[in-house]
Structures are given as structure tokens and as C-alpha cells.
Design a binder for this molecule. Sequence first.
Ligand code: FAD
Ligand code: NAI
Length: 468
Amino acid sequence: MADVFDITIIGSGPGGYVCAIRAAQLGLKVAIVEQWPTFGGTCLNIGCIPSKAMLHASEMVEQLAHNFDNLGIEVSGAKVNLDKMMAHKDSVVKANTSGIEYLFKKNKITAFKGLGSIEALGKVKVTPEKGEPQIIETKNIIIATGSVSADLAGLKIDEKQVVSSTGALSLSKVPQSLLVIGAGVIGLELGSVWARLGAKVTVVEYLDHILPGMDKDLSKNFMRNLKKQGFDIKLSTKVTGVNKSDNGLVVTTEGAQGGSSSTIKADIVLVAIGRKAFTNGLGLENIGVELDAQGRIKTNDNYKSSVDGIYAIGDVIKGPMLAHKASEEGVVLAEILDGKKAHVNYGVIPGVVYTSPEIASVGKTEEQLKDEGIEYKVGKFPFSANGRAKAMLASDGFVKILADAKTDRVLGGHILGHGAGEIIHEIAILMEFSGAAEDLALTCHAHPTMSEAVREAALALGDGALHI
Ligand code: FAD
Ligand code: NAI
């Protein structure tokens, strides 16, 4: 008689693999099914990890070009070796994906390679690329199949000239010109990579601002900064066509609300207009798992789909498409299936854009607080008044903390600046403990650190910042 697993997870991204590890730690018998040759999903293979490898390497190039001389370091003959940079990226990906393989073995998780589909309740079929399909018997099924790039109608992605983020992470040479459709996280991160390596980057955004959903103070300031970096950003504009010519692509644009059209030449077009939940091939229609209007699996507070015994987590369900959100859900669902009480605090999920300067946010934005009619106060402190930032030539940006006007409880934190993605966790932890701005203001911070700007922003919410 075949093994019966407690849990079978389809998809090994940060949602699926973390869920598998937590469930195995709790003593559950776990199987995981992955269609790709390596584990780790979008994040490790074609997302977070390779993009951060390229962002880091290209930031070094930027530092070399603009900051080294001011620091008294003269370098001659430096040049970019793109093949070597790509090899660095690939080795980082390999180290991370093989790390997951190691963790599966360590935790006695049974991994199956092949396309997973739901045959019936308690039965997952695995169809490998070669060989016979097999059936896994299981008490619970967890769908963690993630998301894929959204297409722009009428524009075919060939991953060579017209690319998604996947192609943009593997270009064989630095394009002279890159046109990015969408000023969201992917467009600005990958646009930054190629701009730093020498491409002329134009970004076409449908809305009248960049980075929708972020606090407007951050997006407005960052927009100015990007322009200084040489980005050409066309807001309230849409792409109506992309045509191939003998010397590259010709992109036609017009105002978001119509009007006259114009053309822009580009070597490469990156389509970065969002991602959509991926459920193809799972056979959900056969067993009645319901999807919402955006094609995501509908779940209740315990991540159960409309069918008992079938659960879903990560990008394939509602909420921000972030690796750590998927992993949190994975941990919590494993604990729920082990009979524990667990929940994700969706109010405290940080978001980071790994550009330069970095952008990091947690909790409510000013716009959300206004919409919700919550009375709030704002404490702000610029990095230009922070000693460490000045020493590192990193004085762009600011820390902004939003707190309840009456109770002083911190409701949101927004940082534009060097290392913002690390510093933000100070505010996240405070919020997790329902802390007040005064708690932060009373905490001694080491000097000189960028984090002192966080304390100063908290002080600004009370008697006033000290250094401004
Ligand atoms: P995924 O990581 O998408 O994994 C799903 C897995 O399921 C894949 O391996 C897929 O092959 C597999 N699968 C699908 N269907 C089947 C099937 N039928 N059978 C078997 N296997 C199947 N998020 C961040 O938080 N920080 C970042 O810095 C960041 N950077 C990003 C950069 C880029 C370029 C991109 C594209 C995304 C980035 N993200 C980032 C988003 C992040 O990658 C996703 O939020 C995260 O990967 C979602 O995890 P998941 O487990 O839900 O799904
Ligand atoms: P996004 O939702 O962040 O941005 C898409 C942008 O495209 C928006 O500004 C939108 O207004 C614009 N847009 C949509 N249709 C358009 C059109 N037809 N013409 C012009 N502009 C158009 O999506 P993105 O950047 O593709 O990223 C997808 C997901 O991946 C995000 O949800 C993000 O959470 C995740 N991600 C996270 C990262 C991080 O945490 N650092 C890094 C990269 C991706």
C-alpha cells in the first residue's frame, strides 16, 4: 500500500517550501511537487534572488562611477564584464535553490519533480517530463503555484527583444535603450539595473504616479531622484503598439485618456505591468475550487478553498505578491493543519523596493489613513541631517512615521534612503508589539547609524527631533 501523506504541496516557491519545512518540523508527513528542475519558485529562480544579485552588482558600478572619486579613490580602466556578472547571479541562484534541496532532505520531505494536478480529493497526480505519471495519496492538498507576468494585449513576449522580468534578468548585452512598460516594483528595480550598466531607460506608466500603493511622499521624492539618475518617466501614458524595425523596436504611445500619439525607439521593451495568479493545469475546474474575478483561489481565514481538504497560499491567493507574505502564510497554514491557532498579521508586512535609494514601507500610508478617517500625526527626519549618512555620501531621503493623533500608537513607517530595507524592521517590530512613537523615541540608538534617523522621526512626533 502506497504512503499516505498528511500534506501534499504543489509548488516549491517561498510559500510552498517554507510550509513544507514547518509542517515537517511539526512531525507531519509531507510531499512537495515541483514542475521546474530546481526548487524555490519564482523568488529563488527568476525573481527576488537573481534580481538582487544584479541590483547589488550594478550598484557597485554606480558607486564606482559617481562616489568613489569623492571618497578619494581613483580607479582607472574599470569596466563591466556582463558575462561574469551573470555568472555571479547564476551561482547565487544555484546556491539558494540547492539549499532548498538540502533542507527538504534534512526535514525528510518527499519531493516529486513533475506537473502536479488534482485528480480527486486526496489524490495528486504528478506528470514528470519523462516517464510515467504517478498518484500521491494525501489527507490535505496545498496549492502554492504562485504567479506569472501579466501580458499586455497584442504584445508578444519573446524574452529576447520584448521581455518579461525573466528575460530582463538574462540579457546578453547592455541595451543602448530600454523601454519599460509599468513604473511598479519590477520596472523600477530592473530599469535601475540596466540604467546603471549604461542603458538609456524610458518608463511608460499608465497612472499619474509611480509605485502605486506606496505613500505618495515616497513616490514623489523617488520620482525626482530617478530623473536625476537619468530615467525618462512618462506618466499618464499608455503603449498602443510595439513594432519591429531594422534597427530595433518602435514603441507607439498616447495619453492614458487618448490624444495624439508619439513614438519612441528602443532596443529592448520590458513588460512589467503586474503579475497574475497561476492555476493552469491544476484541474481545479474538475473539483469545483472557486476562483475570484482576478483568477486567484478564493480562501477563508484558514486558507481553505471552497473545497474541504484543499488549501492555498502565496501569490495564488489575495494579498500582496511578496515572498515573505507567502512564507508567513506557509508557516501559519502548517500550524493550523497541525491543530494550532495561528494567524498572519497582514497589517505588518513590510515592502521593500531595492533601488537606490531603497524604499521601504510598513503599515498604513498617509493616503490610507485619510481614506479611513483616522486622525494621525506625522514625524519626519531627513538623512541629510544624519552623520552616518553624510559620511557614506548617502544623504538622500528621509524617514517618515505615522502615529495615531490621540494614542501615539505607530500606524505606519516609510523610508527612502540607503539601507531602508534593513532599517524598516525597527518600525515593523514596534508595530507588531502595538508600540507608541514614544517607545521608539525613548530607545537609545547607537551613534552614528542610519537608524538614528528613525528615532529622530519618532522624537519629531513628540517634543521634537534633536538634530534639525
Ligand atoms: P512562486 O514563487 O511563484 O512559486 C510557485 C512554484 O510553483 C513555481 O516553482 C512553479 O514552477 C510551481 N508550479 C506552478 N504550477 C505547478 C504545478 N501544476 N505543478 C508543479 N509545480 C507547479 N518578492 C519579495 O518579497 N521580494 C523581492 O525582492 C521580490 N523580487 C521579485 C523580483 C522579480 C523579478 C519577480 C518576478 C518577483 C519578485 N518578488 C519579490 C515576488 C516573489 O517572487 C513572489 O511573491 C513569491 O515568489 C511568491 O511565492 P509563491 O510560493 O506563492 O509562488
Ligand atoms: P506592479 O503592480 O508593482 O506595477 C505594475 C505597474 O504597471 C503599475 O504602476 C501599473 O499602474 C502599471 N501598468 C499596468 N498596466 C499598464 C499599462 N498597460 N501601461 C502602462 N503601465 C501599466 O507590478 P510589477 O512591477 O510587474 O511587479 C509584480 C509583483 O511582483 C508586484 O506585486 C510586487 O509585489 C512583486 N515584486 C516585488 C518586489 C519586491 O518586493 N522588491 C520586486 C519585484 C516584484
